[in-house]
Design a protein around this ligand. Structure first.
Ligand SMILES: C[S@@+](CC[C@H](N)C(=O)[O-])C[C@H]1O[C@@H](n2cnc3c(N)ncnc32)[C@H](O)[C@@H]1O
Length: 201
């Protein structure tokens, strides 16, 4: 975390610490290991509060990496840039872009990725867009690369997993966080309630 820029909401520090536990379990269960110079993509990343725990979970020892976050909302992207870009050690190229994460196929000069992460996927908001987003996310992976999603709701998680299966993705892990923080704005909603790991086939 960048101590100069506290998280926007109280509780986020603990949320991302819990996400780190879930990521460790998901990566271990799936058997996936990051290569020495990983390329990582965070789609629909919002403020990308999880950037620190994602990078320290996935590639703690990487001397070089590329990490790109994309979200539709320019204000969230600006906040992510302000929080995380000053913390990048030499050799780590971090970038955040405002844009349509469902159209990565049209973005020039994106490298293939080792891991694509989507926290709190929003499948049921717009299933047609998320179908395209998932297809392109899977298509952006290197051979052996993985796609990770987390979800607020069990039902939305099941729908997103069914969509990914329809896209030909192979499920490597599906975990339920036992201590996910419930959110008061909707029944059965919790922060990073579920995590699933997929590989493209
Ligand atoms: C539920 S929020 C999750 C944000 C962030 N990943 C998190 O967990 O805090 C869903 C996010 O998806 C973004 N989003 C939805 N459709 C998108 C699209 N087509 N391209 C980029 N971002 C999109 C929204 O702007 C929003 O930030």
């Amino acid at each position: 975390m960048n101590p100069a820029i506290p998280y926007t909401y109280p509780g986020i520090g603990k949320d991302v610490a819990r996400l780190k536990e879930l990521l460790a379990l998901g990566l271990c269960t799936s058997g996936w290991l990051a290569p020495p110079k990983p390329a990582l993509l965070n789609l629909a990343c919002g403020r990308a509060d999880e950037t620190g725990v994602l990078l320290s979970s996935v590639a703690p020892l990487a001397e070089e990496l590329f990490y790109l976050g994309i979200d539709l909302r320019p204000a969230e992207i600006a906040e992510a840039k302000a929080r995380w870009l000053p913390l990048a050690p030499p050799g780590w190229q971090l970038d955040f872009r405002a844009g349509d994460a469902s159209r990565t196929d049209r973005m020039k000069q994106l490298p293939p990725f080792d891991l694509v992460f989507i926290r709190h996927q929003n499948y049921w908001h717009d299933p047609a867009t998320w179908l395209v987003l998932f297809k392109n996310a899977l298509g952006s992976l290197k051979p052996g690369g993985v796609l990770l999603i987390t979800s607020y709701f069990d039902r939305e998680h099941e729908l997103a997993m069914a969509c990914l299966a329809q896209c030909g993705a192979l499920k490597l892990a599906d975990l339920h966080h036992p201590n996910a923080r419930p959110l008061p704005d909707a029944p059965k909603k919790a922060v990073d309630r579920r995590l699933a790991v997929f590989r493209a086939t």
